[in-house]
Design a protein around this ligand. Structure first.
Ligand code: GRF
Length: 206
């Protein structure tokens, strides 16, 4: 019997973080397996990748799930049906409602492209550049009712170079995200190395 924790990955687009999780999960030593990839957008490229790689891919139907409450119920039903015990948000562009967040307290995590609590929300790279910050990066954190506000599980940082644009910074941070998310998930599930609610800056080459 597998001792891997079944996880659900929720996405809305490209799905490169989901692919990083799927690649990591392919290793027998990784403590999670992907039980569900669900998207609120039927045309999300990440969903196609999931289908092509025999992952359990599911479209969350926004048409029939009217209003936030019923959309959350659609998410919860899909997740429960899959047997997933943890929800990993990976570029999921919908805000989860308070009932869902509270029912899954401590069992929903997200990756965000900034060093939280700096730059919650959108356009993180352009905002970081406009402020002239010298360090930037990404954060894996618990999801709570406040958007991008939950306790931090792990962070990875890089130095901003003078020639960076929002696009080059986004690409460089994304590479870090692909390393951080599987590592943070594994640490969270095993309780090793990166204690919950503590940030850990990875010194990765930039
Ligand atoms: C990532 O930058 C993630 O941090 C943010 O949305 C983006 C999703 O990218 N929440 P992808 O779909 O995983 O490629």
């Amino acid at each position: 019997m597998s001792t891997k924790t079944p996880i659900a990955v929720l996405l809305s687009g490209r799905g490169s973080n989901m692919r990083a999780l799927a690649n990591a999960a392919a290793s027998p030593d990784f403590p999670a397996r992907i039980a569900l990839v669900a998207s609120d957008r039927a045309d999300a490229p990440g969903l196609n990748f999931a289908r092509q790689n025999d992952l359990n891919a599911h479209v969350l139907d926004r048409g029939t799930a009217r209003g936030r409450g019923s959309f959350d119920a659609a998410i919860e039903a899909a997740v429960r049906r899959s047997g997933a015990e943890l929800i990993c948000l990976a570029g999921f562009m919908r805000i989860l409602g308070p009932d869902l967040v509270s029912a899954w307290h401590g069992r929903i995590i997200n990756i965000h492209p900034s060093l939280l609590p700096l730059y919650p929300g959108l356009d993180t790279h352009a905002r970081a550049l406009a402020d002239g910050v010298k360090l930037h990066g990404c954060t894996v954190h618990h999801v709570t009712e406040g958007v991008d506000e939950g306790p931090i599980i792990a962070q990875a940082a890089l130095t901003v170079s003078r020639s960076d644009t929002a696009d080059t910074l986004a690409a460089r941070v994304l590479t870090l995200e692909h390393q951080l998310y599987p590592a943070a998930l594994a640490a969270h599930l095993t309780g090793n190395d990166l204690p919950e609610q503590k940030a850990a800056i990875f010194s990765l080459p930039v």
